[in-house]
Design a protein around this ligand. Structure first.
Ligand code: HAM
Length: 424
């Protein structure tokens, strides 16, 4: 007996009709990215491990514990991409496109995490990166793109949280004071962070466990440590968002899971998803990343948004309609031996219609069942009588009134008749 294989733990297959929802999301995102002046980028699914784990004391959990790492036959060490940003920045440094370089992507991302609802080992992100400017107007543009996209998806219960990490000196000063605070309360931290707080104090801010939350509640806040320049930058970002009517809540404890962030960080939370895995998108600035990857300094900012979570958030808000139409216009039912169907289907498809048909010379009844199940608007019926008379019968598959739903037309009048019935 052959064994039956399953998709690996934490991964999933996406088949129709669910996959049509994915198509709708990607097509809508591509349209918004185009409107905002971003061009598509494709980069390899795996990179030298140093692209993600830059050997500068990278402390993010993604880059240390969660990566899928492997050696190829040439004994090079690679990692499957855990996120999109580092690959895009690596490509920017390698190709030096004119700046600001604005790119969008859709990509799987691989993280060895504990799978649960909304958390996968292979998830998929839609994202953008804008590299080569420090202008706060670019921060506003990137955040606005995400916001307008979520609005177009129909999502209404999304909150935007923003913070600023400052540049490395501001953050250094903050981390020193935070470390002092955590040291004072070290015995009150959760078990995990009692062991790790001194190594990376910022991760404690991310901890959702009650003991850490309590310690952090009266701890120092990042925005209080910003230098004048970083503070001005942060104010400009908030003003720009407010000018666009985009509400942003300053969340002074927001730190994100990657160590490359400088200045602006942000996250989009879908309240319809409850408390767990409710981040549908997040991003921020990374003004030192090009240098860490061997290039000249170039400020950058971007975000990534999880496709699975966006679909869960839409479902939780009761949004069931697809963003693009993926139902066929017509189903051709041919009981004369199928050759007619082959020609008519091709004619109709060349005329721009989405057309399905059946195969394997099925009975009329069986073909009609398939036609109904296909969701197509109309059926075209061709039996021996129609063939003889040079006609086809058009039937409205959505009408219960059998007589009104049927219309016979000469083959040569088919296209005008369809134009009228389908309005296209
Ligand atoms: P991230 O916050 O790690 O940021 O991921 C972005 C989004 O991907 C999250 O908000 C979430 O919607 C989704 N996501 C992340 N991990 C999972 C998972 N295991 N399962 C399902 N969905 C997930 C980044 O990846 C950065 N590269 C974003 C960025 C772009 N920063 C600057 N530019």
């Amino acid at each position: 007996m052959t064994s039956s294989f399953q998709a690996p733990i934490g991964t999933h297959d996406v088949l129709a009709p669910q996959s049509a929802l994915w198509e709708g999301l990607v097509a809508t995102f591509a349209e918004f990215a185009f409107r905002f002046g971003f061009t598509l980028i494709l980069t390899p699914m795996f990179e030298e491990i140093g692209v993600f784990n830059r050997g500068i004391g990278e402390d993010s959990e993604v880059a240390t514990k969660e990566m899928y790492v492997f050696q190829d036959r040439g004994e090079r060490t690679y990692a499957l991409r855990p996120e999109g940003t580092a690959s895009v920045v690596r490509a920017f440094v390698q190709h030096q496109p004119t700046v600001p370089y604005k790119a969008w992507y859709v990509t799987p991302a691989f993280r060895y995490e504990r799978p649960q609802a909304g958390r996968y080992r292979q998830h998929h992100q839609l994202g953008v990166e804008a590299i080569g400017t420090d202008d706060p107007a670019m921060d506003v543009e990137v955040i606005a793109l995400a916001w307008r996209f979520y609005q177009a998806l129909g999502l209404r219960r999304v909150r935007l949280l923003v913070n600023s990490m400052g540049h490395s000196e501001c953050r250094g000063r903050y981390v020193d004071v935070l470390r002092g605070h955590l040291d004072e309360h070290r015995d009150q931290l959760c078990e995990e962070h009692q062991a790790t707080w001194s190594h990376n104090p910022l991760r404690v801010l991310d901890c959702k466990r009650a003991p850490c939350v309590a310690v952090i509640a009266d701890g120092p806040l990042l925005p209080d440590f910003l230098c004048a320049e970083c503070s001005t930058h942060f104010s400009a970002v908030r003003k720009g968002l407010s000018d666009l009517g985009i509400d942003a809540d300053v969340e002074p404890r927001l730190v994100r899971g990657f160590d490359y962030y400088t200045r602006t960080t942000f996250e989009f939370v879908a309240d319809a998803l409850g408390n767990a895995q409710n981040a549908i998108g997040g991003g921020g600035r990374y003004d030192s990343l090009t240098e860490q990857l061997g290039g000249k300094r170039a400020g950058g900012i971007g975000f990534g948004s999880g496709i699975e979570r966006l679909l869960l958030a839409r479902e939780a808000e009761g949004l069931t309609t697809n963003l693009i139409n993926r139902t066929s216009d017509l189903f051709v039912v041919d009981t004369t031996g199928q050759d007619v169907a082959t020609v008519i289907v091709d004619d109709l498809r060349r005329s721009g219609y989405a057309v399905e048909r059946s195969f394997d010379a099925r009975s009329m009844k069986s073909q009609m069942k398939l036609a109904d199940r296909s969701g197509a608007t109309l059926a075209l019926l061709i039996g021996p009588q129609e063939l003889e008379a040079g006609q086809v019968t058009i039937r409205d598959l959505r009408s219960d009134d059998f007589a009104a739903a049927q219309q016979s037309v000469a083959r040569e009048d088919l296209l005008p008749a369809l134009r009228e019935r389908l309005n296209k």
